[in-house]
Design a protein around this ligand. Sequence first.
Ligand code: FNR
Length: 334
Amino acid sequence: MPSYENKIILAPMVRIGTLPMRLLALRYGADLVYTEELIDWKFLRSKRRYNDILNTVDYVDQTDGTIVFRTCNEEKDKVILQLGTCSAERALKVAKLVEKDVAAIDINMGCPKEFSIKGGMGVALLAQPEKAYNILKTLVDNLSISVTCKIRILQTPEETLEVVEKLVSSGIKAIGIHGRTRDERPQHAVHTDVIKYVAERISVPVIANGGSKEIEKHSDIYKFKEMTGCSSVMIARAAEWNCSIFRKEGLLPMDTVIEEYLKLAVEYDNSPSNTKYCIQNILRDLQDTPRGRQFLDCQTLEQICSIWGLGEFCRETQVSYQKRGIQGRWQVTP
Ligand code: FNR
């Protein structure tokens, strides 16, 4: 079971937090890594398969062959699977499926997107603390691994504390708090004071989140930790833009990060579309340059790799995988 004291953590991010980015974050120094949010009913359509070519465990969607979740031994004790759910029963079914493959389960109680709220998931759960508590309690009572949740703050520190205390009473091991309300957007200032108010009053570690705008270098992480009075910090956007933010030795140049990310994407047979999305979010404004436009035209991993001098590496790796008859590949889907 992971300890949540004094940890620097890769936050959950849809499409960004897939295996190559999680491994890169760990190699740069992150202590724990969250998966992207995975929706319970989608996960339940998948079957677990051991992939003996990649040495990964793959959860493969039985309806379309896509890989819902891929993980490997390197991250086994450090990966936290985040679930989107509104049902204790479904959440437990998924958790039981993956119990031996991940270090912990986290429930998303902070997502403000329409898709989540309409489905009674994400931040909608904070308006139904009893239901949220039941989901957590069911997991805590029936799993051998840690359970946590990630929330947003409510309108006042007192209201936030009241809900947090209820959730903590389920037996969760830690709670991630994004210091913005459900209606606030990433450009709004993060309420470090509210995170601090809660962290000082509860018995489990609080993982502070929402500081990326002010986190430009590794030492800024500790400033955020101090401002929030928290045991641990969870980083999303600063890691999405440059994953080497986790390095104690300092940031690496963007191109080095892309190269190291691409090697992992090739090695773990990540889909071209997901790989492209992650690199787009590293390049940001630089997509609008000659090299950026060339990149945007790429459709295969090999084409993307060629831009960073890794075309040959990609080709050789893919040929060797094909010779060994790789299965459960992303090619199954369009
Ligand atoms: C997110 N966030 C998010 N949160 C969550 O609980 N589950 C998720 O799947 C996602 N997905 C996601 C995707 C992307 C691209 C971004 C930028 C953000 C929210 C994220 O974890 C975090 O709470 C906020 O981004 C605030 O933290 P930072 O960015 O200031 O470190």
